[in-house]
Structures are given as structure tokens and as C-alpha cells.
Design a protein around this ligand. Sequence first.
Ligand code: GAR
Length: 218
Amino acid sequence: MSEQPVIAVLVSGSGSNLQAILDASLRGEIPCRVGIVISNKPEAYGLERARKHGIPTEVVRHTDFPSREAFDRKLVETIRGSGAALVCLAGFMRVLTPVFVRAFPNRILNIHPALLPSFPGTHGPKQALEYGVRFSGCTVHFLDEGVDSGPIVVQAAVPVYDDDTEESLAARILVQEHRIYPMAIRLFFQGRLKIEGRRVRIEGEPRIPEFFHRNPDA
Ligand code: GAR
């Protein structure tokens, strides 16, 4: 068990994606374990979820640092100390600088609640509703130095209904996030993600039917 690689998960809020990763790990669906959970917000419920699983937590408050770079250096140091082989941003609501991105090249995943490149930033579901798209969804991608612009690993689509609110759409998307984030982590540790420029090729599986949601009303 202890030889399993370790991942660091960064959260700012509820941490439901962290929970999905923890559950997948406990069920043996991903070949790694969560070694540390870090938050920029001491009140983040994600920290509580980690504690319930006996996982070490660390709070690194961005407000304690004079610059984004100084904050990122502290994050890098904390993650390196955990020995993590992969960093998973799971609702971590801070833009990270090249200091962070370059410390873990092709070793940082992020989940975003929209079908990128549409609606990057902090309000994916709201922007999708306001734009009037009929489908939205979620994206797991490698982090690069832009905002939500890195190579895409997995996406899942959900319908947008006329009577949706930001909350109902976000909830429908979240169900799919919980499914595709563990999937992307599994593919990463299986060594099957080959980054070729902007594209990520998934070795051994040219077509993956699970990429599509199974139940639009879930
Ligand atoms: C998720 O919907 C995630 O995609 C989003 O924040 C939520 C966190 O939920 N992230 C972003 O918008 C990043 N730009 P969680 O804390 O319950 O996992």
C-alpha cells in the first residue's frame, strides 16, 4: 500500500471533488493516495473532509504573502515536502504563476466547470447560462501558464435546460466532475497520457465511451 504514489490536492471550498478522489482511492479505482490537502482558506470544508480521512492538511493563506509568487513558492515547498507525484487542483480559486507551473511540469491537473475553451475563469456555469448554450460540462486539463488554457485530458457534456439556474446547472456539472476527475488521475498514473502540443493522446484507448455522461438528469 505505502508504495503507492502520492497526490497533493489543493482546495478552496467544499471539496466535493476531493471527496470523489478520496472515495475512488479507497475503492482502489485510482493507483495513488492523497498524501496532503492544502487550502488557501482555513474555513474550507475540504480540509475537514481530509481530516476525517486522517490525511495531513496545510493552510497557506494567500493574504499572508506579499506577492502571488511568494505565495506560490510556499505552495511549491509544501507540496515538495509531501513527495507528491501529481498535483490536483480541485476548486482551488487562485490563479497560479509560472513559479508554480514550472515547478511541476506536466504534473498539475485542474478541473473546470465548463467545456473549455468556452467560459474559462471563475463562473463557468453562470457564463454558460447567460450565453445560452444548449450543452455545457466540465474539463480536466493540465495546467499551463494561462488561465484554464492547458492541454485537455477529459471532458464530459451535460444539457442546459430552459429552467436551469446557475445552481441547478452547476450541480448537474458537478456530478460529471466527480466521475471524470478520478478517471483522469487513473489515466495519468497508468502512464497513458501523452501530451503532444495542445493535444493529449490517451494511449491504448482511441475511443472511451465513458467520456459521455450516462444520465443527463443525474
Ligand atoms: C467545482 O465546480 C470546480 O470545477 C470549480 O469549483 C468547484 C469546486 O467544487 N472550479 C473552478 O471554477 C475553477 N476555476 P468542490 O470544492 O466541491 O470540489
